[in-house]
Every structure is written in C-alpha cells, then in structure tokens.
Design a binder for this molecule. Structure first.
Ligand code: ZN
Length: 187
C-alpha cells in the first residue's frame, strides 16, 4: 500500500479479517483518516436501494457509500470500547475518524459503529471486539466455576443420599432377610 506510507496507519490482518493498524503514535484528538465515498441521496430511489456493509449514514437524507476501494477507513473494525470515534459532519457531508485515546504503533484502530449496525450485523454473529471477547471469556469462566460448584454440591448430596440409601437398603435387606428367615424358620 504505497499510498499509506506517510500515513500513521496500514491495513493489516486482524482477528476478523482485515483491519487498520497504527504505524506511528497517534495522539488523542488527532484526525486519523477520512471515511469517504460517493454521497447517496435517500430521495433518489436508485441510491436509496444501494445496500452494503459500508454505508455511513450522515443524516436522514445523505449517506456515504464507503465501499470504494480507496476508502481505507472502511477497514477499521468496530469495537465496543474503541480508541477512535467517527466525527460526523452532515453539513459538510464528511466523516473523519478521530483518536479518542493515545494510540501506539501496532494497535488496531477501531470505533463504535453504533447501535443500528451492531444490531443488524454484529449481534447475530456475536461481536468479536476485544471488549466483548474479554466479557465472554469472563462469563465462560464464571459459568465454569458455577458448574463446578453445582457439580460439587450435587456430588456431596449424592454422597449423603448414597450412604442413606445404602443404610436404608441394608435395613430393608436385614428386615427382609429376617422376615424370610423367620418365614422359613416358621415353615
Ligand atoms: Zn464488542
């Protein structure tokens, strides 16, 4: 990607495919990249019908179609706890991605795609951002710990029940045996 050589980012492999990664330190508040593409007008039916994952709605009327190859910002993945944000300027019909944290070289750049995108594309497959992965890991660990506790409790109960049953069986057997013996003895 020669066009990005003097830029503080590069396209690279991420967990979910490709992503945009910092190649230089990016200070909090810095405008990193512009999210651009043809502007679609929702009042024009043919434009309103365009559907892809890279549509960036500016407002009720205007949408940026970011699916064009030159728009490297389209590689930026979603995160629920991002290090950048989209700076939306509907009147200029422009969107910039701006750092909201200091970003170190090698860090993946991400921003929150918003609720609509999340619901439509991420929730059905499960969000793979670091924050959600961590949450899932924690929940899994908690579930495992809980399952282990329940298992231990059950084993304890079963053990207690087991000895009771055994004792009861013994008594019954003894009773039966006694009765039988008694019966036999009587017969
Ligand atoms: Zn997430």
């Amino acid at each position: 990607m020669p066009a990005t050589s003097n830029k503080p980012y590069r396209v690279g492999r991420s967990k979910t495919g490709l992503g945009l990664f910092a190649t230089k330190p990016i200070r909090k508040g810095t405008r990193i990249i512009r999210y651009f593409g043809p502007i679609l007008d929702s009042r024009i039916p043919e434009e309103d019908e365009i559907e892809n994952k890279y549509l960036f709605e500016l407002n009720g009327r205007w949408t940026i179609d970011g699916s064009v190859r030159k728009n490297l910002a389209r590689y930026i993945n979603h995160s629920c706890r991002p290090n950048a944000e989209s700076d939306v300027r509907p009147r200029e019909r422009k969107v910039f991605i701006r750092a909201i944290k200091n970003i170190e070289p090698g860090d993946e750049i991400n921003y929150d795609y918003g609720t609509d995108y999340f619901k439509a594309y991420l929730k059905p497959i499960g969000c793979k951002c670091d924050s959600c992965e961590k949450k899932r890991k924690k929940l899994r660990a908690e579930a495992r710990a809980e399952a282990a506790k329940v298992k231990a409790r059950k084993a304890k109960k079963a053990g207690a029940k087991g000895s009771k049953t055994k004792a009861a069986k013994k008594k019954k057997l003894n009773g039966h045996a006694v009765a039988k013996v008694g019966g036999r003895a009587r017969a």
